[in-house]
Design a protein around this ligand. Structure first.
Ligand SMILES: C[S@@+](CC[C@H](N)C(=O)[O-])C[C@H]1O[C@@H](n2cnc3c(N)ncnc32)[C@H](O)[C@@H]1O
Ligand code: SF4
Ligand code: SF4
Length: 361
């Protein structure tokens, strides 16, 4: 087996961070690349399959905690921040303030939003974000109702907001990368091809497809009913990447992998990406957010470096196959055995053309 077998859309971004990789592989030092933060776990929408639907408990990080975080970011040398959520970040009144302050520290910020209230923070988002990814998961009001549980007027509002962002970006010559996220499931699978034209015409830079995951409440596991469908409908999508417009698919290797998968006992990815919930607690991974068994500290009271030292990321029986870090964990596990192969891997990565999902790990 060679390193090339492990480098794919879901993993290659880590090669942008060779110092951190080197620290981890050769000195067992942990150096964060990104922080993923929920400013709130409240949401205005009603996506029936929302992975965080059970955690919409109305929490908002307060200004004191945000200021404390802003102050400590330079100490830990983090390169990127993903503002996403157990909820909808645009509902937080300090979103614009936070984006402005963090971007002034030289940290690249990606915002994942449902797009319904971006106008509340419009200038700060346009000026401060590296990237905005609007989760729409539809191309028609009918499929939007299925994926977001919202009405026709809400769909049109989100599309109008997206258009305003794209138009204003052009007018101002802003460098923000604007994209749409499209979760594939049965009702919207037939819209995939037309969605490419639709969103390209609006003027976005990227369209990111991913399979909708379904949560099996009884067995406490995701099941991947839609993966074969994604495989089918996305097989030719990559050829639609042209110039400034990119199409990407996450978990694209799930079915293609040669199935002699490497087993690992440590979730290596957890040491590169810190997960902060809207309760100010830090968790091992986004799948275990708000689960006290996977909580390692609280940014309201503890220092980020101290928390990072405390994080344990053993793979437990609660971890599941094909979780968000699986592909990266496979790559790093291989790299632990063959460090020079990983550290010297030559992949040409044009940072601005990366097919990004919600993270650049
Ligand atoms: C939980 S949302 C939070 C941010 C914001 N409210 C939004 O919808 O973009 C973050 C991402 O999780 C994705 N997501 C939610 N439920 C999902 C599911 N069942 N399968 C796959 N992705 C899902 C959404 O599409 C979104 O891109
Ligand atoms: S908009 Fe985002 S957080 Fe809200 S219900 Fe939908 S996926 Fe969940
Ligand atoms: S579920 Fe995946 S990402 Fe979470 S701790 Fe386990 S291996 Fe890591």
């Amino acid at each position: 087996m060679k390193i090339d077998n492990f480098i794919n859309t879901d993993t290659k971004n880590i090669l942008l961070h060779r110092d951190q990789l080197n620290n981890y592989l050769t000195k067992q030092n942990k150096s964060l690349v990104t922080i993923e933060i929920d400013l709130t776990n409240s949401c205005n929408q009603r996506c029936p399959q929302c992975t965080f639907g059970d955690y919409h408990t109305g929490l908002f990080l307060n200004r004191t905690v945000l200021d404390r975080l802003i102050e400590t970011i330079p100490e830990i040398g983090v390169k990127g921040m993903i503002i996403t959520g157990g909820g909808e970040p645009c509902l937080h009144k300090d979103l614009g303030y936070f984006v402005k302050a963090v971007s002034h520290l030289g940290v690249d910020i990606t915002l994942t939003t449902n797009g319904q209230f971006v106008e509340r923070h419009f200038d700060d988002l346009l000026n401060g974000l590296k990237r905005i990814r609007v989760s729409i998961d539809a191309m028609t009001p009918a499929s939007y109702k299925y994926t977001h549980g919202m009405e026709e007027r809400d769909f049109h509002k989100v599309i109008e907001n997206l258009r305003n962002l794209a138009d204003e970006k052009k007018k101002r010559g802003a460098s923000i990368d604007i994209g749409v996220s499209f979760m594939i499931c049965e009702p919207n699978a037939s819209e995939v091809m037309s969605a490419i034209e639709f969103y390209r015409e609006i003027g976005v830079n990227f369209l990111h497809f991913k399979p909708m995951q379904l949560w099996d409440k009884v067995n406490k596991k995701y099941y991947h009913k839609f993966y074969p469908m994604v495989e089918q409908v996305t097989s030719e999508l990559k050829s639609f990447t042209q110039g400034d417009f990119r199409v990407s698919i996450s978990r694209e290797n799930y079915y293609k992998q040669n199935l002699d998968r490497i087993k690992y006992n440590i979730c290596h990815g957890a040491f590169f990406d810190m997960i902060i919930g809207a309760d100010a607690s830090v968790y091992t991974c986004c799948h275990f957010k708000y689960n006290p068994d996977f909580c390692y500290g609280n940014i309201a009271s503890d220092g980020l470096n101290d928390i990072l030292k405390k994080i344990k990321a053993d793979v437990t029986k609660e971890c599941f196959k094909d979780c968000k870090m699986d592909a990266l964990n496979q790559l790093i596990e291989y790299g632990m055995l063959n460090p020079s192969e990983l550290l010297d891997a030559s992949v040409s990565i044009d940072r601005d053309k990366l097919p990004l999902g919600s993270k650049w790990l």
